[in-house]
Ligand binder design. Sequence first.
Ligand SMILES: Nc1ncnc2c1ncn2[C@@H]1O[C@H](COP(=O)(O)OP(=O)(O)OP(=O)(O)O)[C@@H](O)[C@H]1O
Length: 178
Amino acid sequence: MNSFQAVSGMLDIKPTNQELDAAIYTGLQAKEDEDADDVKPPPTTLVSSLDPVASVAEDPPLTPQQEEVLQRILRGENFFFTGSAGTGKSVLLRAIVKAFKMRHFEARQAVEQQRNQIVQDYLAGKLDNLKAVDENKVEKWHLAITASTGMAAVNIGGCTLHSWAGIGLGQLPVTRVR
Ligand SMILES: Nc1ncnc2c1ncn2[C@@H]1O[C@H](COP(=O)(O)OP(=O)(O)OP(=O)(O)O)[C@@H](O)[C@H]1O
């Protein structure tokens, strides 16, 4: 069974651990919400309790299928994951966000270690001059966590696609949309 078949063959399952193994997820497909444009982004203090990385601490370990999707995304594949309600999409998405944040954190840490090593070598007389660390080796990326409605966005610690794109309520003329 290929991934696509696995994805399409798991509709209407309940979110038990065993059935989650047979399930894959609907990325950012959100429930219908006609008032989505009216939903304001929640204040930062509220969002903190919904922080996707903080939530991962309480999330269960990924199922093999969730883990496979995570690994493939980390390898750079474009991945559309889908499934009916309660099949573990949000749990997986939070794990993806955490993995990217960890990757960035580790890259920054490596730079700091190199920098410390240079200073130590210089102080120990092993280097004539302090040299700069090549920060270009730090992976640079932008992570946008978006959903099509405000409620769906809150659930994943993101924002609406409209908000992220600067469209807001869509009341400004096109020329003024950033
Ligand atoms: N790997 C897992 N092991 C055990 N439980 C899990 C796992 N993944 C998800 N669950 C549980 O299944 C339930 C549904 O998960 P989640 O909210 O991620 O589903 P969803 O597909 O995003 O749902 P919806 O489409 O309704 O937003 C939650 O209670 C979650 O903790």
